[in-house]
Design a protein around this ligand. Structure first.
Ligand SMILES: [Zn+2]
Length: 282
């Protein structure tokens, strides 16, 4: 255990979470994520720096704006806490080292959080989010490959294990695989709509959104093709619990799917190897 570094990672995570809150709020509105500095959405007054401290600011203000007393959504606190905990998980997974694994895990988790909450609000995400994630994953893996090449470690490596190769294979298999299922799903939905003579299910005509397909491609870029497919199959299992809840409460069965894909991706990144070994006994 490295207590000091772990606390540091938690604090950095909560600060990044504070920034992710800004992204979640501003990206769908096409606002700059840098300027202006944080402000109250109700009275538009800028926040004092000490009110803007992650986690602590929210508790100190007792979830109300200092100026207009408008309640501050619990979500701001939740996103900061979630980011901090996921950063800590990434640090533990990378065996308490600030290595490549740590870097790509925190980038992946950050994109997961931003896209999940935007999807909850808008039932869609900006297309560039996953593309950005894929580009960052490729960049990290190019740097890693160059490093391995310079250290002449390539000779002892399987071609498919070279980071940049693994990343590209992950993107293509992840995208292709999910797109195939999307086509099957759309086909099935089409037949269902024709048989029941409906136009759509609550306005929905697609089985999977393209945002979901992009997301799996991004998981492949970060974690390799095996984990992208595992994520695809884990997500419905995760969403089942929520599905039962909305069936009991008779809410709309249209749900944002990216939060479940994100949870599945986090599970795959942390325990994917163990799950695959357990399933295929090797
Ligand atoms: Zn206010």
């Amino acid at each position: 255990m490295n207590i000091f570094e772990s606390i540091l990672v938690f604090i950095i995570g909560s600060c990044v979470g504070s920034f992710l809150n800004v992204c979640i709020y501003r990206l769908p509105l096409d606002m700059s994520i840098v300027f202006p500095f944080s402000f109250c959405p109700k009275c538009k007054k800028s926040l004092n720096w000490y009110d803007n401290l992650p986690l602590i600011g929210y508790i100190k203000l007792k979830a109300k704006c200092r100026f207009c007393k408008e309640p501050i959504s619990f979500r701001y606190f939740l996103v900061e806490l979630l980011t901090a905990l996921l950063f800590l998980a990434a640090f533990i997974k990378s065996r308490y080292c600030f290595n490549y694994e740590f870097v790509w895990l925190i980038i992946l988790y950050s994109v997961c959080i931003v896209s999940s909450f935007i999807d909850i609000d808008y039932r869609a995400i900006p297309a560039y989010l996953c593309v950005l994630g894929i580009l960052l994953a490729l960049l990290i893996n190019i740097i890693r490959s160059v490093y391995l090449f310079n250290a002449t470690l390539f000779m002892h490596m399987d071609f498919s294990q070279i980071p940049i190769v693994k990343s590209f294979v992950g993107i293509f298999i992840g995208l292709g695989f999910v797109y195939f299922f999307k086509l099957l799903g759309d086909f099935g939905l089409d037949i269902y709509l024709k048989l029941t003579k409906k136009d759509s299910i609550e306005g929905e005509k697609e089985s999977l959104g393209l945002g979901d397909v992009d997301f799996i491609g991004m998981v492949g870029a970060f974690l390799g093709w095996q984990m992208s497919i595992l994520t695809f199959f884990l997500a419905p299992i995760v969403s089942l619990i929520y599905g039962i809840y909305i069936i009991i409460n008779k809410k709309s069965h249209l749900i944002a799917y990216l939060p479940f894909l994100s949870i599945a991706a986090v599970i795959a990144s942390l325990w994917g190897d163990k799950i695959i070994r357990l399933l295929f006994k090797y």
